[in-house]
Design a protein around this ligand. Structure first.
Ligand SMILES: [Zn+2]
Length: 183
């Protein structure tokens, strides 16, 4: 939606509130709600799905795996979830993202996931990012950064969800701290 359309909608809504004989305060609240939604809706939604990805990461944690979780969302609906199972499955490709993408492919009976957003608690590795590109996933939202290097085109797709970042990195730090303590 264009910015001008958004402002028009806000104005029309506020005016119709006034025409209905309601208080100007309600009209002001209507405007405020619209502006708030416009400014924050994406970030709010991203954090909601990121928290579900974080729950997936906890499942990996409880299985002794590096805690990484992924959720795939299409038009606001969660179509698949996955968590890291590399050690449990003794399989190098069993990263959270790959598991979630495989489930989404089966569900949609299609390898293309071009209308989807993937939420991952950790910035994806090159293997997963390659698969994300192959699946033509529209948006990639991750919880916390990993040390890696990507080319510019791929970088432009990536959005760090700073609101949940500390929780995502906290779980990883906790896992590795425990691992060090056991040694
Ligand atoms: Zn990966």
């Amino acid at each position: 939606m264009q910015l001008i359309e958004i402002y028009n909608n806000i104005f029309i809504d506020a005016m119709s509130t006034l025409e209905l004989g309601q208080d100007w305060k309600i009209a002001a609240l209507t405007i405020q709600a619209h502006v708030h939604h416009f400014l924050w809706s994406d970030i709010m939604d991203d954090s909601y799905y990121m928290k579900i990805a974080l729950k997936e990461a906890s499942k990996a944690y409880n299985k002794g795996e590096i805690p990484v979780g992924a959720v795939i969302v299409e038009n606001g609906v969660i179509i698949s979830k996955g968590h890291n199972l590399r050690d449990n499955k003794k399989c190098v490709i069993m990263h959270a993202e790959i598991i979630a993408m495989e489930k989404a492919n089966r569900k949609k009976k299609d390898w293309r996931l071009n209308e989807c957003t993937i939420y991952i608690t950790l910035e994806p590795c090159k293997m997963c990012l390659g698969a994300i590109e192959q699946a033509r996933i529209k948006r990639v939202v991750y919880g916390t950064s990993a040390i890696s290097s990507y080319d510019k085109e791929v970088e432009n797709k990536m959005i760090e969800n700073v609101a949940i970042s500390t929780e995502c990195s906290g779980l990883l730090n906790d896992f590795f701290r425990n691992l060090r303590d056991k040694k």
